[in-house]
Design a protein around this ligand. Structure first.
Ligand code: NAP
Length: 242
C-alpha cells in the first residue's frame, strides 16, 4: 500500500520541508495551511515533481469543520496512513506577566486543540493502522523562561497527548510519536518578534548552530517508516543538544 500522509501547516518551515521529503520518499501528501497560498502552491508543485499525488487545502486547524474538510479531501489520495501534526504558532517573546490573553488562547487553540482535532480525525480513519507524529518543542522541557512559558507548557501537553494516544491506539496498529525541535531556521521567529533568533541563539546550542527545517523533517520521516515499527510513545529530540 502506498503511504498517504496529511501534514498540517505544510506551506512553510518544518511542514513544507516534511512535505517535500515525504513526497521524495514515496508518500502521497495532502497538506493544510492557513493563508500563504503562493508558498502552498510551490510546495504542491514539488510534490508533483517528485511524481506523487498532492493536495494543498486551506484549513485552519482550530476549526473542526475545516479539519474534517482537510481529511475528507485527503481521502481522494487513498487510505490514510500518516498524520504530521505540525501547524503551530508562538506569540511575541516577553515576560510572562505581560502575556496577552488573546495570544495565550491562540497558542492553546493552534498548538493543542488543533493537534487533538487532527489526531481524532486520523485515528478514526486509519482503519489499517498508521503513524502519527506530533511536532512538539524542546521548550516543553526547557520551560522557555522570559520568552514564552505558556507555549512551552502547551508543547508539554503535546508530549502527554503523544504518550496517551500511543497507548490507546497501539492495539489498532497506530503508532504515535513526537519530534521536539530546538531552534530551527524558519519564519516562526519573526512572528515572535526576533527574526534573527536562530543566529543570536547559536552560542547556547551545544552543536553551535540553529537547525534547518529539513533536519527535523528527516526525523519525522523516519518515524513514519517501517524502520520505526517498534517505536511508539516517544519524544525524539532534534535540538542540537539543547
Ligand atoms: P512556520 O515557519 O511559522 O510555519 C507554520 C506553518 O503552520 C505555516 O505553514 C502556516 O501556514 C501554518 N499554520 C499556522 N497556523 C495555522 C493554523 N491555525 N491552521 C493551519 N495552518 C497553520 O513554523 P515552523 O517553525 O515550521 O513550526 C512548525 C512547528 O514546529 C510548530 O508546531 C512549532 O511550534 C514547532 N517548532 C518550531 C521550532 C522552530 O524553531 N522553528 C522549534 C520548536 C518547535 P500559513 O503560512 O498559511 O499561515
Amino acid at each position: 500500500m502506498e503511504p498517504v500522509t496529511v501534514i498540517t501547516g505544510g506551506s512553510r518551515g518544518i511542514g513544507a520541508a516534511t512535505a517535500r521529503r515525504l513526497a521524495r520518499a514515496g508518500h502521497h501528501v495532502a497538506f493544510g495551511y492557513r493563508r500563504d497560498h503562493d508558498a502552498a502552491q510551490a510546495v504542491l508543485a514539488d510534490i508533483h515533481a517528485a511524481g506523487r499525488r498532492g493536495l494543498a487545502v486551506p484549513a485552519d486547524t482550530t476549526d473542526a469543520d475545516q479539519v474534517t474538510a482537510l481529511f475528507d479531501a485527503a481521502a481522494d489520495l487513498g487510505d490514510l496512513t500518516g498524520l504530521v501534526n505540525n501547524a503551530g504558532v508562538t506569540s511575541p517573546i516577553g515576560p510572562f506577566v505581560d502575556l496577552d490573553a488573546g495570544d495565550l488562547r491562540r497558542v492553546v487553540d493552534v498548538n493543542l486543540i488543533g493537534y487533538v482535532l487532527c489526531a481524532q480525525q486520523a485515528a478514526r480513519r486509519m482503519s489499517a493502522g498508521g503513524a502519527i507524529v506530533n511536532v512538539s518543542s524542546a521548550a516543553a522541557t526547557l520551560g522557555s523562561p522570559g520568552e514564552y512559558v505558556h507555549y512551552a507548557a502547551v508543547k508539554a501537553a503535546t508530549d502527554t497527548l503523544t504518550v496517551g494516544l500511543a497507548k490507546e491506539l497501539a492495539p489498532r496498529g497506530i503508532r504515535v510519536n513526537a519530534v521536539a525541535p530546538g531552534i530551527i531556521r524558519t519564519d516562526i521567529h519573526a512572528v515572535s518578534g526576533v527574526p534573527d533568533r536562530p543566529d543570536t541563539a547559536a552560542g547556547r546550542i551545544p552543536l553551535g548552530r540553529a537547525g534547518e527545517a529539513d533536519e527535523v523533517a528527516a526525523a519525522i520521516a523516519w518515524l513514519l517508516t517501517p524502520d520505526a515499527s517498534y517505536t511508539t510513545g516517544t519524544v525524539l529530540r532534534v535540538s542540537g543538544g539543547l
